[in-house]
Design a protein around this ligand. Structure first.
Ligand code: SF4
Length: 217
């Protein structure tokens, strides 16, 4: 395996979180260019929306830490952002869950507009996508989802299970700030972190290849 640069993903002290411990020799925080930190601080203050999101996100985290589910956090975030109209960018396979989300949001006083990834019914082959017909003839169209939600004037867009990569395109093209409620995982019932939590158990061979008997011991 090639040498790689150590970073936060190699840290065991996490001293940047609360302090009171030691920093590792490779600490990303301690080695940071102070000008870059200043640049990030100025960026929050240069854009009123970025400043508001930064403050609201911190307050929701603080006020409901370990008490609110992500759904409740999302509702509270939208309320504190002053949002009136919420866009739902949904995978066509999660319309049932998106329907329930819409019901909850309407109950909390929001206007809702949802759009499925297949809306617009653009043909995959016409767009140069070949050999993928088994998963449907229509293209998942996150750029259209973003454009249609912008047309509706949504204040915040919630992502509901867009595929990997389709979500990247949606984030790139959404005019309103985005937050993700469901990260799609067709195998794990959208509990994406389970694959990581199983990595030293049943999922090891799947992710790293077969272990020899000596490696297992
Ligand atoms: S910033 Fe430093 S202390 Fe914090 S996680 Fe990264 S390496 Fe660890």
């Amino acid at each position: 395996m090639a040498d790689r640069k150590f970073s936060c993903v190699d840290c065991i002290t996490k001293n940047c979180d609360m302090g009171g411990r030691t920093y590792p020799a490779f600490c990303v925080s301690k080695g940071m260019d102070p000008a870059l930190i200043e640049e990030s601080k100025e960026a929050y203050m240069a854009d009123p929306t970025d400043e508001l999101i930064m403050k609201v996100a911190a307050s929701v985290e603080h006020d409901f830490y370990c008490r609110y589910t992500r759904l409740e956090d999302t509702i509270e975030f939208c309320k504190r952002m002053g949002a009136k109209k919420i866009g739902i960018a949904t995978c066509v396979g999660l319309i049932g869950e998106s329907k329930i989300l819409a019901r909850v949001l309407v109950h909390h006083g929001f206007e809702v507009f949802g759009i499925s990834c297949k809306a617009g019914e653009v043909d995959k082959v016409e767009m140069g996508v070949h050999g993928c017909e088994e998963t449907g003839c229509h293209l998942c169209n996150p750029i259209l989802q973003a454009k249609r939600l912008a047309q509706e004037g949504t204040d915040i867009n919630i992502v509901m299970g867009l595929c990997v990569g389709h979500d990247s395109l949606f984030y790139r093209h959404s005019v309103a700030p985005c937050t993700t409620l469901v990260a799609k995982d067709r195998v794990l019932g959208h509990n994406t972190v389970a694959a990581l939590q199983m990595v030293d158990g049943y999922y090891h061979d799947k992710l790293f290849g077969k272990q020899s008997d000596s490696e297992k011991e």
